[in-house]
Design a protein around this ligand. Structure first.
Ligand SMILES: [Zn+2]
Length: 385
């Protein structure tokens, strides 16, 4: 048993600021109280927060950092001929693995203990990320895809078969977007994935053009089509059209926003204030390592400030931290993401630099201010990496 003593704890689903001790045993938080047992870690002057969850990343792109800057988005990321796809095709797997490992350690060093990866390249692609993560103490949720999904003539039965095969070695399925697959394929992916108790996700409404193309071709927005297909997680939502906000709110589907990625690609920012007003469950992700470091503190700071600048009004910092912790834990059905009894002990212990613990994390925390990253009760040896 370990006790983190006398820290400022961001407790429960509302990240309530309390002075308390956190008792950890067998990888779980057993008590948050004045008591202390077992080995004691001094938490004075520190904040204990839930470790961060990066809900959308493309680790495979780690090898293409900052390439293609200034080119149109389709030229950079649209499969199968985007710049990133060509770089990946030309890079040996052993090199890709090294870059992926570096990104995983960067996440741990900056307080992230869980990531959700969009993985290309079918079974082989999934094998690469699984192998890269083998000796790294980070929790991964790998969402694979198969090239055959892009074939407009593939039958739903064939899609289901491919999905079942992939799900033997990964945690879910994520096609790039509704622009590349038919609605029948989308529905077969979502249906089969749900039947097997796994996660389906897709990019939606990343920029205006994909939305207008979708409406022109199918009469529906990408968001409507993704919701109707039955996807369980939506990524981006930067350019909602028509009544997309209401559609997502009614569906209850959690949505991952990636404001730094949207900023890099000059496509706008998601309507995060309206999404919060509609009670949409908002998560945060750093998206392609090609555009951004997978550092969730940087994502949180950018998100908070760009929202305030865009709306010209106050936006609460604790809501931003929830997007990187509590909301993601719930949406991904992890027993993590908040500090309360019975949850997995996935925590960050950071120096409290200012009097406002939420802003101290968002505005001030550099990797050097993170004293410990704890995953399932074990201290992650980030300093030696
Ligand atoms: Zn993405």
């Amino acid at each position: 048993m370990i006790t983190i003593r006398d820290a400022t704890v961001l407790y429960g689903d509302n990240l309530e600021e309390i002075k308390a001790n956190v008792l950890i045993s067998d990888g779980e938080i057993v008590e948050v109280s004045p008591a202390s047992k077992g080995k004691v870690m001094d938490g004075r002057g520190c904040i204990v927060a839930p470790a961060f969850i990066n809900s959308h990343v493309h680790l495979g792109d780690s090898v293409a950092m900052d390439m293609g800057d200034g080119k149109p988005i389709e030229e950079i990321v649209k499969p199968p001929e985007g710049i990133k796809h060509r770089i990946l095709a030309d890079t040996p797997h052993s090199i890709q693995t090294v870059f992926m490992k570096n990104s995983m350690w960067e996440m741990l060093k900056t307080g992230t203990t869980t990531f959700v990866d969009f993985r290309e390249g079918g079974k082989e692609g999934i094998d690469i990320v699984n192998e890269a993560a083998e000796e790294i103490p980070i929790r991964k949720v790998v969402l694979g895809r198969d090239e055959s999904f892009l074939n407009p003539h593939i039958t739903p039965q064939e899609v289901s078969k491919r999905v079942e095969e992939l799900l033997e070695i990964c945690d879910g399925i994520a096609p790039s977007g509704l622009g590349e697959i038919t609605d029948e394929t989308a529905a077969a992916i979502a249906r089969t994935t749900r039947k097997l108790g796994k996660l389906s996700a897709t990019h939606v409404a990343e920029y205006e053009q994909v939305q207008t193309d979708s409406v022109n071709i199918t009469g529906k927005t990408e968001v409507q089509r993704a919701v109707e297909a039955g996807f369980q997680l939506l990524i981006h939502f930067t350019s909602p059209l028509n009544d997309d906000l209401k559609v997502v709110a009614r569906s209850g589907i959690p949505t991952v926003c990636c404001p730094r990625s949207n900023g890099t690609l000059a496509v706008g920012i998601p309507p995060i204030k309206e999404m919060l007003d509609e009670s949409i469950q908002i998560l945060l992700g750093t998206d392609n390592v090609m555009f951004n470091s997978p550092n969730m503190v940087r994502e949180m700071e950018y998100a908070l400030k760009v929202i305030r600048a865009y709306y010209r009004e106050y936006f609460p910092p604790e809501e931003i931290i929830k997007m990187a912790t509590v909301n993601a834990g719930k949406a991904l059905k992890l027993n993590a993401g908040s500090i309360s009894e019975g949850k997995l002990a996935d925590l960050v212990i950071v120096e409290q630099i200012s009097g406002n613990p939420y802003l101290s994390i968002i505005n001030r925390t550099e990797p050097g201010n993170i004293k410990h990253v704890i995953r399932e009760g074990q201290i992650v040896p980030v300093k030696s990496q």
